[in-house]
Design a protein around this ligand. Structure first.
Ligand SMILES: Nc1ncnc2c1ncn2[C@@H]1O[C@H](COP(=O)(O)OP(=O)(O)OP(=O)(O)O)[C@@H](O)[C@H]1O
Length: 370
């Protein structure tokens, strides 16, 4: 059976496109990730599925109930958990009081267990909560009535890494009990970790629907190797390597008026390939800001000699290792390919400027760390 079904679901805000012709099924018991850059239409989809706004066209059902049918949706929500992107709490009451109020509306069969797990400060006024604590409370509220379907809009934003892991583990356990999840995210690694299938949305339209294994194969890794000596041009034109950039530290590390004193050859190389905002895949010290602490003696390229090669890799890992072994590797970084690479490589016509302005820098850093 399907838990969510949309058929050519469309939402315009006046002239502004929210989503268009969105057709997808979320199967009962699966964890479905809905991935896309800022403004792609994720929240629009979620708010429409929750019945908070009417579609401009098409149709949708959740747990078999038409999302435009008010009374059907009231009934459906007894079995639906919801974590919104913006948590609209009454800030003047304590968490405990808010929970009691919610319990009176939709029931509470397991808040004790959830409070133990996520531990928001229940006796403080919600107005005093940190963002993360608000999110923890939202998680407790979403699950306290033991829902069959949980719809979540970027549920982990604001949670610290430990809490995120706990939440992922919790989702896996809930899924084993048969709960279905539909959630939006910017974070590819998160989606990769916990989802069975992924829908990718861009400019209001579904551009891909994949199982995660397939997406992973297509996404690949961002590899950056810093090696002693030089790398011949073309040396990394190997099967499965895309967007290869090679940068030596001799010339590119010298500050120039044009680059505002940039010294790190890897950063210079990334700029030169027209992707000035890319941060993933580079060794940690490539994050150093110009002039930050590289002003010491003999500090060209942060004091590191050699050459850096960076590329996205979708090939066979053994073949890559065999190739790398020919070099004296000083530093190696392998990370999930960033979300924008997926868009740019597979969905081709994205304007890099538009993409870098819509996908936040901090989001990309977050992915690289995972
Ligand atoms: N209430 C609204 N009124 C007018 N336009 C809206 C409204 N809500 C969303 N939009 C527009 O609809 C489009 C999709 O926005 P939406 O919030 O669904 O994207 P999103 O994928 O959730 O983005 P984000 O990741 O930033 O949350 C955007 O162009 C946005 O400006």
């Amino acid at each position: 059976m399907v838990a969510i079904r949309t058929n050519e679901l469309t939402k315009y805000y006046g002239e502004t496109l929210g989503i268009e012709d969105l057709t997808l099924d979320v199967r009962e018991g699966e964890v479905f990730g809905f991935l896309g850059p800022n403004g792609a239409g994720k929240s629009t989809t979620i708010r429409t599925l929750m019945g908070f706004q009417s579609p401009s066209g098409g149709s949708a059902t959740v747990l078999g109930h038409d999302v435009t049918d008010r009374s059907a949706m009231i009934e459906a929500k007894q079995s639906i958990g919801y974590i919104p992107a913006e948590m609209g709490f009454d800030e003047s009451v304590t968490g405990r009081r808010f929970l009691r109020y919610q319990a009176s509306l939709k029931g509470d069969t397991r808040s004790e267990e959830l409070l133990e797990l996520f531990d928001p400060p229940m006796d403080r006024e919600i107005g005093e909560y940190s963002t993360g604590n608000k999110r923890k409370l939202a998680v407790v509220l979403a699950f306290m009535h033991d829902p069959d379907l949980v719809i979540m809009d970027e549920p982990t934003s604001g949670l610290d890494p430990l809490m995120q892991e706990r939440f992922y583990e919790f989702i896996r356990e809930e899924q084993e009990q048969g709960v279905t999840f539909f959630f939006s995210s910017h974070i590819l690694s998160e989606v990769q970790k916990i989802c069975d299938r992924v829908g990718v949305i861009r400019n209001g339209q579904l551009v891909e629907l994949e199982d995660v294994e397939t997406l992973l194969d297509r996404t690949g890794k961002r590899v950056s190797a810093h090696v002693a000596g030089t790398i011949e041009p073309g040396a990394f034109d190997i099967d499965g390597a895309h967007d290869v950039t090679i940068s030596g530290d001799e010339e590119s590390s010298r500050p120039t008026a044009a680059d505002g004193g940039e010294r790190d050859p890897r950063r210079s190389a990334e700029r030169s390939d027209g992707d000035g905002n890319r941060t993933n895949g580079a060794p940690a010290d490539a994050e150093q800001e110009p002039g930050e602490d590289d002003a010491g003696e003999g500090s060209a390229a942060g004091g590191r000699e050699g050459t850096t090669v960076s590329f996205t890799y979708t090939g066979d890992y053994n073949a890559l290792l065999e190739h790398l072994v020919e070099y004296d590797i000083l530093d190696l970084d392998v990370a999930d390919a960033p979300l924008e690479d997926v868009f740019m490589r597979f969905y081709g016509d994205v304007d890099p400027d538009e993409e870098s302005s819509t996908v936040g820098r901090s989001d990309r850093r977050g992915e690289a760390d995972v």
